[in-house]
Design a protein around this ligand. Structure first.
Ligand code: HEM
Length: 421
């Protein structure tokens, strides 16, 4: 471990990969420090494109620079999404924990060119049919229901009791599923396991169960369409097959759930721990908007995204990338790149961050707007209903989950004056 807070692997490089001598083992990173410090240290040592080792010592590149991430995401002809071109497949075991993210699926995520435009176009139009005012109202109802469950006790753990549940229920409702019930909570659990498995979980099995549940939903909606995202995808003139809709629904729900939940929690943490926001919270809604935006710059949920695969040999950030190499998009690192920010100014009011990525595969319009409605309503409703909400622990006792992919808290315990219903 270096004093910059991360470990560099000093062992022999993986087979066939001389560029990865001294690569950074991503699993060993120090998540408790601020990501900006962590990534600045990596950039100092390795430059804007760092050789890294994923789980099991599998080599990849972490793209840390703002202009390099922008370049990679806007040049699909050089850095593409179909992971089958990866030159490491022969080293990947069947139970590799990152398989749910990286293993090729015939979904929008892995399509390219015209096929991607067709699939992403259907998602965009299906999401455009969501009325933002109705969504805000639905989120407020969900928020009230969740708050009512703990309001009388004067305490809550907001990650589990609120931030995770709210976007999940909003998204399943958007897709035409019941918002509560055992079926839905099982789906929520399976999504959590498949996206960010804890020790002892089986992410591959959980991912299989998510597919089964959505296959049933598609069957139901084919028989009886309604005013929901699933039905709009099924009846879209592009004529997607049932299986294509299932695959893309998995992408939509998975892509919406974890990032929005962590966006809510990271924003609540900022509001509850930072004096700049504390003085304003009860008085103005503007500060919630500022906090939401600051989190996207400084504590963005999708801090690293895997990824892109090099189409051919190419130079990037002074590195020789070989055809088939995997690149991880370092979105958090790019957002705090000293090339775009002098140290003291990170977290501006503009929205030029890369938290929703960039280019052809970026989080599809209008998903960021819908996520903003969910997150804003979740935060505002909570603060309105429980105006004297405070942290139940010291700020430095809060811990971040040890994930290199999602930046989110392990727990956010709070207390407040109990509300008698
Ligand atoms: C309503 C909530 C959301 C929905 C429905 C949604 C949907 C999607 C979908 C379908 C994709 C795949 C796009 C493609 O491959 O063409 C995607 C990608 C992505 N989304 Fe979202 N998303 C939501 C919220 C968020 C939030 C809150 C964040 C982070 C703050 C986020 C960050 C991303 C990122 C980083 C990608 C990867 C883009 C890439 O490959 O370059 N999304 N999203």
């Amino acid at each position: 471990m270096t004093d910059s807070g991360y470990s560099s692997e000093q062992q022999a490089p993986p087979p066939g990969c001389p560029a990865h001598a001294g690569a950074v083992r991503l699993g060993g990173l120090q998540y408790q420090q601020t990501p900006s410090q962590l990534y600045r240290a990596m950039r100092r040592e390795h430059g804007p494109v760092a050789p890294v080792l994923l789980d099991g010592g599998i080599p990849a590149w972490l793209v840390l620079g703002y202009s390099e991430v922008t370049y990679v995401t806007s040049h699909d002809e050089l850095f593409a999404r179909d992971s089958r071109r990866w030159n490491q497949w022969e080293h990947i075991p069947q139970d590799w924990p990152l398989l749910p993210f990286v293993g090729y699926q015939p979904s929008v995520l892995f399509t390219e060119g015209e096929e991607h435009q067709r699939r992403a176009g259907v998602i965009t139009e299906a999401l455009e049919g969501v009325d933002q005012f109705e969504l805000a109202r639905d989120c407020e109802l969900i928020a009230d229901d969740l708050i009512a469950r703990f309001a009388g006790s004067g305490q809550a753990e907001l990650m589990a009791d609120y931030a995770h549940a709210l976007p999940m229920r909003a998204v399943v409702q958007m897709c035409g599923m019941p918002t509560s019930g055992e079926d839905t909570s099982r789906l929520v659990d399976d999504l959590r396991i498949s996206l960010d498995a804890s020790e002892g979980d089986d992410p591959v099995a959980a991912y299989g169960r998510v597919g089964e549940r959505l296959r049933q939903l598609v069957k139901d909606k084919r028989a009886a369409p309604g005013p929901d995202v699933t039905s709009r995808m099924l009846t879209h003139p592009a004529g997607l097959t049932d299986e294509e809709v299932v695959q893309d629904l998995i992408s939509v729900i998975a892509a919406a759930q974890q990032p929005t939940a962590n966006w809510i929690c990271n924003t609540l943490r900022l509001l509850l721990t930072d004096a700049r926001f504390a003085v304003n919270v009860s008085g103005g809604r503007l500060s919630v908007g500022e906090a939401l935006n600051e989190v996207l710059w400084l504590d963005t949920p999708t801090q690293n995204f895997i990824g892109r695969w090099a189409v051919r040999d190419v130079q990037l950030g002074g590195r020789q990338i070989r055809a088939g190499d995997c690149l991880v998009l370092g979105l958090a690192a790019a957002n705090t790149d000293p090339q775009i920010w002098p140290e003291s100014h990170v977290g501006a009011e503009n929205a030029a961050h890369l938290s929703f990525s960039n280019g052809e595969h970026r989080c599809p319009y209008p998903a960021p707007l819908l996520a903003d409605v969910m997150a804003r309503t979740a935060v505002e409703t909570l603060l309105e209903r429980l105006p004297d909400l405070v942290l139940a622990v010291e700020p430095e006792e809060l811990t971040w989950r040890p994930s290199i992919w999602m930046r989110g808290l392990s727990a956010l315990p709070v207390r407040f004056t109990p509300v008698v219903q």
